[in-house]
Design a protein around this ligand. Structure first.
Ligand code: WT7
Length: 661
């Protein structure tokens, strides 16, 4: 799927086009808006909305979000590249996601159908119930001194306390930072410390593949050197006994006991920060992406309505973990702001068997289903047996995110899960963009494997090195040529890196151009094809992991001197992690040591970063400034042309890298 050349094979070969059934088109939110406005074609509408993006987002902001105080300026771009949206207004995401529904005719509507992994462990939570729980926790947080702007880390499985904590923070103006529960203590510690979190909310454990697994011990390990953390709140999920640190740790139930179910929602400046979410970049240090209340709420809600086409009577399910941006925008905020009913599922897709997801779709009548290519490919590989057992005819819209949905996976998903009729919204976006950027709408004729076109309101283009938009049929860097409401606002305490990574590339020629970090091409019909990252970032089962982070975890093994990490194409996971290891002087190269190194990386970073293959090498190619040349290593390992290596400080090291496929 990734390609070093500008044009992919798929681009030249794909001729299939799928039209969505007319009833799905006419029923869709985006189509109805288009008709009301009098646009004749999708192209005309997309173009108008992007050309007039300020006017467009103004209308969307009024449609999807209630403002305590109306804003007086839509966009303030006087301090590029720090943009401000909806200036002068007052807003709070929690009011929009919960309070207003709890006081409307939606009060008894289900916000979440929580489905625990143990079969039968399920409960429905209405908007009114959610409201009361959020208020109790918000009051409890205030009682231990959490104030506006303070950071609260959650390290939780997919259980109701996850959205409750996020919303409780938002309500009082605290900033939440979710750490995916698949990270281990090392990943947790670095994020807690960078964010200087005051409180950590976690659980005793969670269920995975039928077994209760511990979570709290990772927190104890991570917090050994975290002076900022004053309280650890522990949700009892599995009921196993866990060590509790006197004075610091408290069980969730005890923490909220006796708290009032009423709590004032603080009217905030739209630019006040809602969350920091750490994501991987080119260096080993994760970057804290900051998102703001106002613009983020608008982007998340608008795209949940337009792209995922969630309606009031849908049962909607996004399978992402809340710990990633997809979870933030499309499990929590987007659907809640719309007042939708969603599934919140704790477990893995294959417990007790590979039919679990499909059984949930049948049982709850899920009509909009948002998942990831790696999951689709896993099911594809295991055959249709489990799919056929269930009635999936409720599905109207499918969606995908995280990495390219290759055409075979598109075909399988559409046929088997979408009853051969549901369109698939292949959504391209990033932690940094906050919401979808390039994607089809229900009305878009789809080409399998293409993310179609930039969305209404987005000014997305493909640039060459000199900031020229490339003609159809060519590839280049994905850029945003104008700001959008749900864009990242900053890196937490790292202004230099913020500018360097996203804004410096084209600043001399076209200041204010956002460099996304992906390459794409457009075919002769203008359809977009994503080609992958331009930097050293891995996509393993859709998770964004930096090569450098895995390398430094490997180097922390006592016998490892140096490590170089690359991704090898994998049928199911997209990429798998391969590590080339230089051992310390005198250490004997033993087979068992390879496993030991992988296990060590898993311990430091978590199961998401487990190296599938380890090779011992004598040397790795480097630039004169000492940077590991992963591109060259990868080419050699995969049996491809390494290109010109004369500029390396040690060109002879290339021969030390074995071919691995
Ligand atoms: C990177 C962002 C955005 C939510 C999930 C991941 C890749 C994302 C697609 C897609 C091809 C995709 C890009 C992007 N990506 N969606 N539909 N087709 N590639 O968020 O962890 O911030 O990762 O995921 O490389 O830059 P993230």
């Amino acid at each position: 799927m990734k390609s070093d050349t500008a044009k992919t094979a798929v681009l030249q070969e794909e001729t299939r086009i799928f039209n969505t059934p007319q009833w799905i088109i006419e029923h869709s939110n985006s189509y109805q808006w288009m008709k009301n406005k009098g646009f004749k074609t999708e192209n005309e509408m997309r173009k108008w909305c992007s050309d007039n993006y300020i006017e467009f987002w103004d209308e969307m902001a009024r449609t999807f979000v209630d403002w305590f105080k109306p804003y007086t300026q839509i966009l303030d771009d006087s301090e590029k590249p720090h943009y401000k949206w909806f200036t002068g207004g007052k807003v709070n995401v929690a009011y929009n996601a919960v309070d207003r529904h709890a006081h409307s005719e939606k009060r008894n509507k289900v916000a979440y159908y929580f489905v625990g992994e143990p079969v039968g462990d399920a409960k429905a939570i209405t908007y009114y119930q959610l409201y009361r729980e959020v208020n109790r926790l918000a009051n409890a947080l205030k009682s231990v001194g959490v104030e506006k702007g303070d950071r609260v880390v959650t390290y939780l499985p997919m259980i109701p306390e996850q959205p409750i904590t996020m919303l409780a923070c938002a309500k009082i103006g605290a900033i939440h930072t979710l750490v995916f529960s698949g990270f281990s203590s090392g990943g947790l510690a670095s994020r807690v410390n960078d964010a200087e979190a005051k409180v950590v909310v976690t659980a005793d454990g969670f269920y995975r593949r039928g077994k209760p697994l511990p979570l709290k011990p990772n927190v104890d390990e991570a917090l050994k050197n975290s002076p900022s953390v004053k309280k650890v709140i522990v949700v009892k999920r599995t009921g196993v006994s866990v060590p509790m640190t006197e004075g610091r740790d408290v069980y969730y139930d005890d923490f909220v006991a006796g708290q009032s179910t009423k709590c004032e929602t603080v009217p905030l400046d739209p630019e006040d920060r809602l969350f920091i979410l750490y994501t991987s970049g080119t260096t080993g240090k994760p970057k804290g992406i900051e998102h703001a209340h106002g613009g983020y709420a608008v982007g998340a809600a608008q795209t949940t309505s337009w792209v995922l086409d969630v309606h009031d009577d849908d049962v909607y399910w996004c399978t992402a973990d809340a710990g990633w941006i997809t979870g933030h925008s499309y499990v929590i905020y987007g659907p809640l702001i719309l007042g939708a009913s969603s599934i919140l599922y704790e477990g893995s897709p294959d417990f007790p068997d590979l039919g679990r997801w499909w059984s949930i779709i049948e049982e709850y009548g899920v009509s909009v289903f948002y998942s990831a290519p790696t999951a689709v490919r896993m099911f594809m590989k295991s055959g249709e047996e489990f799919v056929k057992k269930y009635d999936l005819s409720s599905i109207r819209i499918l969606a995908s995110v995280g990495e390219p949905l290759n055409p075979e996976a598109y075909m399988w998903f559409r046929k088997n899960i979408g009853s051969d009729q549901a369109p698939i919204m292949d959504t391209w976006w990033q932690t940094e963009t906050g919401c979808h950027v390039v994607a089809p709408l229900a009305m878009t004729p789809e080409k399998p494997g293409s993310v179609c076109f930039p969305l209404p309101g987005m000014n997305t283009d493909i640039y060459d090195e000199d900031a020229n938009s490339v003609p159809l049929g060519y590839g280049g860097n994905i850029v945003q040529t104008a700001p959008w409401p749900s864009m990242l606002r900053a890196f937490f305490r790292d202004e230099i890196r913020y500018k360097k990574e996203y804004w410096d590339m084209y600043w001399q020629v076209k200041p204010g151009t956002y460099l996304a970090g992906d390459k794409a091409t457009r075919d002769k019909d203008g359809y977009w094809w994503i080609q992958g990252r331009i930097d050293d970032v891995l996509k393993v089962a859709g998770h964004r992991i930096s090569n450098a982070e895995v390398e430094s975890a490997a180097v922390s093994h006592p016998k490892v001197a140096e490590a170089a990490v690359i991704g090898e194409p994998d049928e199911v996971k997209g990429e798998k992690i391969v590590a080339f290891i230089i051992l310390k002087e005198g250490v004997v190269e033993e087979e068992s040591l390879k496993k030991d190194i992988s296990t060590h990386v898993r311990k430091v970073l978590g199961p998401v970063a487990y190296p599938d293959k380890v090779y011992f090498v004598k040397d790795v190619p480097k630039t004169r400034s000492g940077k590991i040349m992963r591109r060259v290593i990868k080419a050699k390992a995969l049996g491809k042309d390494t290109g010109d290596v004369s500029a390396l400080s040690n060109p002879e090291a290339v021969s030390s890298i074995p071919q691995i496929n």
